[in-house]
Ligand binder design. Structure first.
Ligand code: TYD
Length: 136
């Protein structure tokens, strides 16, 4: 499985650090939605879905969390612990988020507005959608 991360340019100076993210140049899609999660309790697990068409970039802009990616054949954990690194997730990936540190803020840039019909929330349905089976 290929893990696609994007390192954003840090425009730092003596006042501190700044990252600017432009659609199509810094992330490979037009950004139609931004949302973020915070105050996530340490033992909480989120996500547990895939998308049919949505593209996203996840950035832990404060603190850290672990994203588990599953393409139906393999599962990989990705630690997000820096505000200048994004994790690109396209269609065909089941994702789970856990291990939120105190003060973690997970920001998501998304290619589409919120559409519940784009979600695949059943793991068996996800496996079927990527042509995998549980026995594989
Ligand atoms: P949910 O999909 O459960 O989050 P996660 O998959 O990360 O665990 O979303 C939580 C709630 O927020 C749910 O009621 C749907 C709503 N929501 C929106 O209204 N718009 C959005 O863009 C997102 C991501 C969620």
């Amino acid at each position: 499985m290929k893990i696609e991360t994007v390192d954003f340019k840090i425009r730092g100076d003596e006042r501190g650090a700044l990252v600017a993210i432009n659609q199509l140049t810094d992330v490979p899609f037009e950004i139609r939605r931004v949302y973020y999660m915070w105050n996530t309790l340490p033992d909480v697990e989120r996500g547990f879905h895939a998308h049919q068409a949505l593209e996203q970039v996840l950035i832990c802009v404060s603190g850290s969390c672990t994203v588990t990616l599953d393409d139906g054949r393999e599962r990989r954990d990705v630690l997000l612990d820096r505000p200048d690194r994004g994790l690109y997730i396209g269609p065909g990936y089941w994702r789970e988020m856990r291990g939120f540190s105190g003060g973690a803020v997970l920001m998501v840039l998304a290619s589409q507005t919120y559409n519940p019909a784009d979600y695949i929330r059943d793991y068996g349905e996800f496996l079927a959608s990527v042509g995998a089976t549980k026995e594989e």
